[in-house]
Design a protein around this ligand. Structure first.
Ligand code: SF4
Length: 203
């Protein structure tokens, strides 16, 4: 199967957010996004097409040969806009563990090793279980409570729950940061994340 890819779509880097923060892994960035956030500044424009096997081969090339943990982090745009099964099979054939990042606007039961959900609109948030969830106060004008009232904690099943300050042009929004700090202090089952890759200056 052929997939649309963004510019510089396959690269080895350091995960900067949430539970796998600090782990080195190969990012695969699929183009396109059906979510339609009002102030999206993510460059998910299509730059090229590649087959599942070509993507897996390129991921293998950029992954150091002595890497014990061979993670691929599939992201977008919104990767669940595409049929991911051929890509997952091709990556598995190259012995990769697979993480998938999604806005959760579509129910998915993908056979991945790590499912990371970051909802962008409470009304469209469908995927209510996974390994981690990240809520970003201020994103698209929504508050943490907007998201939590859509899906209260006891109606979701995430191993790890994070709030993360909104970051614009590598600057954390002060109101969003304050909301995160107040929230985690009042909710001990939630943790604070941030976009550390911005501060480390890695992609
Ligand atoms: S989900 Fe992400 S990439 Fe898609 S429109 Fe929203 S901010 Fe942009």
């Amino acid at each position: 199967m052929r997939y649309p890819l963004t510019r510089n779509p396959i690269f080895w880097t350091i995960q900067g957010e949430a539970h796998l923060r600090g782990f080195q892994m190969c990012f695969v960035r699929l183009a396109g996004c059906s979510v339609g956030c009002g102030h999206c500044d993510t460059d998910y424009a299509k730059n090229e097409f590649a087959t599942d096997e070509e993507i897996a081969a390129r991921a293998d090339e950029v992954t150091p040969t002595n890497a014990r943990d061979r993670w691929v982090w599939i992201t977008g745009g919104e990767p669940t806009d595409h049929d991911l099964m051929p890509l997952i099979r091709a990556l598995r054939a190259k012995r990769f563990a697979i993480a998938l990042a999604s806005s959760g606007h579509r129910r998915v039961i993908p056979p991945v090793d790590w499912l990371s959900i970051s909802p962008h609109d409470p009304a469209k948030w469908m995927q209510t279980y996974g390994n981690e969830v990240k809520l970003v106060p201020g994103l698209n004008g929504f508050s943490i409570e907007d998201f939590r009232s859509a899906h209260p904690d006891d109606q979701t099943d995430f191993m790890y729950r994070y709030v993360q300050p909104l970051s614009i042009a590598k600057q954390e929004d002060p109101a969003s940061l304050r909301a995160c700090l107040d929230f985690v202090r009042a909710n001990p089952n939630w943790a604070l994340s941030r976009q550390d890759h911005h501060y480390w200056n890695v992609a």
